[in-house]
Design a protein around this ligand. Structure first.
Ligand code: SF4
Length: 379
């Protein structure tokens, strides 16, 4: 197991769970049923809860949806969250029945356009406080406040998201409401990594909800999300996660299973991208393996690399072991030493420099030689 550091985020209770540095990272998901179909929504909330969802989000777009919440609440022990869309005043109708309200800063401009957004946030925070709800400030690349966008260059999608999240945190803090998390989502995993890293640098105390929007169908949707989570969670960023997958309704619990698999893999160093856990010790990472593995010997090899290199455990060196030629060559570029496994040979690299291909039974001594060299160079 890798020792996962966490940013010193504050504790935020959402119903029966708490997120933040002192607590495990919680997986969450969302129902895809018609909210007014109470029986179907309760069934799905219960299926997600049974799969291990810490929080289940329900879409509420109208007064009628809101009216269904009381019965849904009565039918499930899941911690419930809802999205406030344009109509922020719906908070009053839904808060008595749920544990968390999510609002999108980019949606606060539509209703009552002459009213300052600060007053609307004050209203939402007041309702959340009165009804024992947490809040999520959910910033989304597709719906950033136009006034914020104008302050940044046209190609800069990160700046407006960041500025929007920051000003909402400042306002909530000034109102004395600190029971909130933030999310900064995009469909591009690289942007998700960058915007969350920058936010976490500015506000390491605020819990982050991680997710990649429109990730798509498995396995691609899971891989996209995995890359973002690997780079963030390995650096201590992220307190709750959602893997958004395009799957039939009955398969929604897959989102929770995928999230928990990714979290377990990151904690065990089974990562698909080269990850620096920020530790002053040897960092061995191996891909989680998938149908692309070209030689089953890869699994054994990853184990042997771990055993053989224990003598170097106090050196801050990253060794990556990848299972195929599709991602191996590119993904090993950032490792001090990289191995990617083909059908008959293992390719050895020192950063982006190729050192040659070796038979499976010849690679370990060769790896040791290179490892010794790096240790000597850095001595
Ligand atoms: S490196 Fe290749 S084998 Fe390993 S998880 Fe990625 S695609 Fe699959």
């Amino acid at each position: 197991m890798v020792e996962l550091k966490r940013n010193p985020t504050r504790s935020v209770r959402i119903g029966s769970i708490t997120i933040g540095a002192e607590h495990p990272i919680a997986a969450q998901s969302m129902t895809a049923t018609h909210t007014q179909d109470v029986a179907a929504t309760v069934d799905q909330a219960n299926a997600l809860h049974a799969a291990g969802a810490g929080v289940v989000r329900i879409a509420v777009d109208s007064k009628k949806d809101a009216a269904a919440l009381e019965a849904i609440r009565a039918g499930t022990p899941a911690n419930l969250a809802i999205d406030l869309q344009e109509n922020y005043r719906l908070a009053l109708d839904v808060a008595p029945h749920v544990d968390k309200l999510r609002y999108n800063p980019g949606h606060l401009y539509h209703h009552e356009p002459t009213k300052p957004w600060q007053e609307k946030v004050k209203f939402i925070a007041g309702v959340a406080g009165d009804h024992d709800c947490a809040l999520r400030v959910g910033v989304n690349c597709g719906s950033v406040d136009p006034a914020k966008k104008e302050q940044f260059a046209e190609h800069d999608s990160i700046g407006p998201m960041l500025a929007s999240a920051m000003e909402h945190c400042e306002l909530l803090d000034s109102l004395g409401f600190t029971r909130y998390a933030v999310s900064l989502k995009d469909s591009d995993p690289q942007k998700v990594i960058e915007v969350n890293r920058r936010f976490a640098e500015l506000r390491p105390d605020v819990p982050l909800h991680l997710g990649v929007t429109e990730a798509g169908m498995p396995p691609d949707g899971i891989i996209k999300t995995r890359i973002a989570f690997e780079q963030l969670i390995s650096r201590g960023i992220g307190d709750t996660v959602r893997v958004s997958l395009t799957v039939p309704n009955s398969d929604k619990p897959q989102e929770i299973a995928a999230a928990n698999d990714i979290l377990a893999d990151i904690a065990a160093g089974r990562v698909r991208s080269v990850v620096d856990y920020g530790l002053a010790s040897l960092n061995i990472i191996s891909c989680p393996s998938c149908s692309r593995v070209e030689n089953e010997a890869f699994i054994e090899l990853a184990k042997h690399v771990k055993e053989m290199t224990t003598y170097a455990k106090d050196h801050a060196i990253t060794i990556a072991v990848m299972g195929c030629r599709v991602n191996g060559p590119g993904e090993t570029d950032d490792a001090d030493l990289g191995l990617w496994c083909g059908p008959t040979h293992v390719n050895l690299k020192k950063r982006s420099t190729e050192l040659g291909a070796f038979a499976y039974d010849a690679i370990l001594p060769r790896l040791r030689e290179e490892l010794d060299k790096i240790i000597a160079e850095r001595a």
